[in-house]
Design a protein around this ligand. Structure first.
Ligand code: GGG
Length: 358
């Protein structure tokens, strides 16, 4: 069998992104030759530091190379300034839109001894909602100061395709369970999250469209329920074991997934993939963590799992399974853990331990 060569863009971004993305490259290079997979890597720029150096947070070249030369990518982290900087806009938000990576898939799974077993995937719509970033500030007509407002855009097209992706992920997870993987879940379940009791038009459209998409015949084995987002947060913290696949508009999905990360011990464990048609960017859920940058103690696991998740969406499920198993074994043994998990291991030591287990 001829080897398949995947060309992967590497975009470290800012802060600890520069420390964890090289780990993502190393785990891909360390995969056994018997898988018939080869990798070529292209170093690409984006981020706040890139903006300060070049005036562009997401250089055109980065987008062009990803579009024309790459099969997938790994993106580290970016922390955009909280006060506006002229000419600056978040590169990861722009990249998701430019490549139409419409789904942000975030698996949250407990491995080490956790208070409760957790095995869920949060499927976050990635292109619209408040993240269309159409904001404006103006003086209140009654002279009481400034008013700022933002557009929350929800479309039928985006809601339908994200719900369909959630249904497909639920079916795929069920197939893996039927193949013998141990799981806390018995059957596939998708929970639609929204706030349509207040936002009856925007979230109302999301809710209705998602329900229609999941009513398709091919999802007949998937149970579908809905949950108002505030009560979702409550239940997520009290009964996280109840959730299999959660589908949410962009902002709720962003918040829920960081919250869910707390349930499994650290944001440093949680991966994500930005997924479009035939293209996936693996991206750790954590940010650039300037407080620990340069110390060599960043947890590389979110990035290593993101590399595996990227491969899953590039149809290399066998390679991904090997990577997950090596990572889980490191966590289960609990000997070499980074400081966010209560250990003292350096990034390099965690990576070396996981590569040894591959
Ligand atoms: N890797 C996830 C990440 O960078 N999170 C921080 C974040 O969402 N940044 C967006 C931004 O600062 O533009």
């Amino acid at each position: 069998m001829a080897a398949r060569t995947l060309r992967i863009g590497l975009i470290p971004g800012d802060g600890i992104g520069k420390e964890v993305i090289p780990a993502g490259r190393r785990i891909l290079e360390a995969l056994p030759a018997s898988l018939g997979l080869k990798f070529e890597f292209v170093d690409l720029k984006a981020g706040f530091e890139t903006f300060e150096q070049t005036g562009a947070a997401l250089p055109d070249k980065t987008v062009e190379v990803l579009k024309s030369e790459c099969d997938g990518a790994l993106f580290g982290a970016v922390s955009s300034p909280t006060t506006p900087r002229k000419g600056y806009s978040s590169p990861i938000v722009a990249l998701r839109k430019k490549l139409d990576l419409y789904a942000n898939v975030r698996p949250v799974k407990s491995v080490m001894t956790a208070a409760k077993p957790i095995d869920m995937v949060i499927v976050r719509e990635n292109t619209e909602d408040l993240y269309v970033k159409e904001e404006r500030t103006y003086d209140a007509p009654d002279g009481t100061g400034k008013v700022a407002e933002a557009i929350k855009r929800i479309s039928q097209r985006a809601s339908s395709r994200i719900a369909t992706m959630a249904g497909e992920i639920a079916l795929r997870r069920q197939k893996i369970r039927e193949g013998g993987a141990s799981s806390i879940h018995k059957g596939p379940l998708v929970t639609i999250t929204h706030k349509s009791n207040v936002l009856s038009q925007t979230d109302g459209l999301f809710r209705q469209t998602a329900k229609e998409a999941l009513a398709a015949a091919r999802f007949s084995s998937v149970a579908v329920e809905e949950q108002i987002v505030d009560s979702m947060v409550y239940k997520l913290f009290r009964q996280p074991e109840d959730y299999d696949v959660i589908v949410a508009p962009n902002l709720y999905g962003d918040i829920l997934s960081d919250g869910a990360a707390a349930l499994v011990g650290s944001l440093g464990l949680v991966p994500s993939a930005n997924v479009g048609e035939g293209f996936a960017i693996g991206e750790p859920c954590h940010g650039s963590a300037p407080d620990i940058m340069g110390q060599g103690i960043a947890n590389p696991i979110a990035t290593l799992r993101s590399a595996a998740l990227m491969l899953e969406f590039l149809n290399e499920e066998k390679a991904a399974a090997l990577m997950y198993a090596a990572i889980d074994a490191n966590l289960e043994e609990g000997r070499l853990l980074s400081p966010d998990l209560g250990g003292t291991a350096k990034t390099e030591e965690v990576v070396a331990d996981i590569l040894r287990r591959l």
